[in-house]
Write a protein that binds this ligand. Structure first.
Ligand SMILES: NC(=O)c1ccc[n+]([C@@H]2O[C@H](COP(=O)([O-])OP(=O)(O)OC[C@H]3O[C@@H](n4cnc5c(N)ncnc54)[C@H](O)[C@@H]3O)[C@@H](O)[C@H]2O)c1
Length: 337
């Protein structure tokens, strides 16, 4: 590998622009985006122009980009149904992969991705952006340090007004079941399920309720999940695409204290026996996109597994499928089998 990790971006829409390209562009010493691929010329040309990737390095098929042997790694930023075939092709072409979430639209495709990664010495990281937010990094550290004693309950609320109102998606796949694989649960709930595992460990059982309450779309715009952790704790998730302003973040309750991780304010910590005052943790807010891309690049250089690898991606899809199954049957689904 040369001095810098050489990156190709597959899919040049909203996440490619706002997170991946943005993140890599701040890693001048470590990484360089050298090629882009997207069949939609307007997105391809616009991203290239914004970050000086010239037209000779812009491709309308991802296969052309993968054929270049001077590219070490790719970011896959395409609609969900393309993640599995593109990731598998990229791994087979010898590239490290950072694949956007959800890793796949179903568990069979996710399993094929895990198998493809296990057959190579390349990394497969999944884009669980919330892990890299300073709020969540700090909260996880506080939990590990025992600041709230034994955590026994957590609540997560990740909701906004949907992919074309609150998120600036550029093409119209989000509401197509065959391309998206699901609605708000697979899109936002996958982050919530992952951040629950990040904070409190593996999940043993889920019970879900999904519905389309506001938008006229063929996938769910809202979901609620209750969960039981392996580690003797319970959790509760609310996600949605039809939410105007509201709470955005996490609450974690422990035997000795409470953490309120509201994304719009500093973290608040309350510890029993510490004067019973709330303490604000005023960590500088980081740029999670830069941290995420830097983590990917550092893991490639150091040859170590990323924080969210293929097994984390697979587990999140498995959990989401279990929630859909639970919502359909009206029964809790165990993940212990
Ligand atoms: N990590 C996060 O928080 C987060 C946030 C938003 C979106 N995402 C994920 O990012 C992915 C893309 O979402 P988006 O909002 O950027 O969508 P988007 O519609 O804005 O962009 C998708 C891009 O993929 C391109 N594309 C389609 N087929 C292609 C192909 N065969 N080869 C290459 N490019 C192709 C489209 O032309 C478009 O430019 C989704 O998986 C989504 O779930 C993640």
């Amino acid at each position: 590998m040369q001095d810098k990790v050489r990156i190709g971006i597959i899919g040049c829409g909203a996440i490619a622009k706002h997170t991946h390209m943005h993140g890599y562009s701040k890693l001048n010493e470590k990484a360089e985006v050298v090629a882009l691929a997207d069949p939609l010329q307007s997105n391809l040309r616009a991203l290239g122009a914004l970050h000086s990737v010239d037209t000779q390095n812009q491709y309308s098929t991802y296969q052309e980009l993968l054929r270049r042997d001077d590219i070490d790694a790719v970011s896959i930023c395409t609609p969900n149904y393309l993640h599995a075939p593109q990731t598998i092709d990229a791994l087979r072409a010898g590239k490290h992969v950072l694949c956007e979430k959800p890793m796949a639209t179903n568990i069979e495709a996710a399993k094929a991705m895990v198998q493809a990664a296990e057959k190579t010495d390349r990394l497969l990281m999944v884009g669980f952006t919330h892990r890299y937010m300073q709020h969540n990094q700090t909260a996880q550290q506080l939990i590990k340090q025992g600041s709230i004693g034994k955590p026994f309950m957590m609540r997560v609320r990740f909701a906004h007004d949907g992919p074309y109102n609150s998120w600036a998606a550029t093409t119209d796949w989000f509401f197509r079941p065959e391309q998206a694989g699901g609605g708000a649960l697979l899109d936002m709930g996958i982050h919530a399920l992952d951040i629950c595992r990040f904070m409190l460990g593996d999940i043993a059982q889920v019970f879900g309720h999904v519905g389309t309450f506001v938008k006229d779309i063929p996938v769910e715009d809202s979901a609620i999940v209750s969960l039981a952790f392996e580690n003797d704790a319970a959790g509760y998730i609310e996600v949605g695409w039809s939410s105007k302003k509201g709470v955005l973040g996490l609450e974690i309750y422990g035997s000795e204290g409470t953490l309120i991780v509201d994304y719009t304010t500093p973290i608040r910590l309350h510890q029993s026996g510490a004067g019973q005052e709330w303490v604000e943790i005023t960590d500088a807010v980081n740029d999670a996109a830069v941290c995420e891309m830097e983590h990917f690049v550092d893991c490639i250089v150091q040859g170590v597994q990323p924080s969210a690898n293929q097994l984390d991606g697979f587990t999140a899809v498995l959990l989401a499928e279990a929630v859909y199954q639970s919502a359909q049957t009206g029964s809790a689904v165990s993940l212990r089998d």
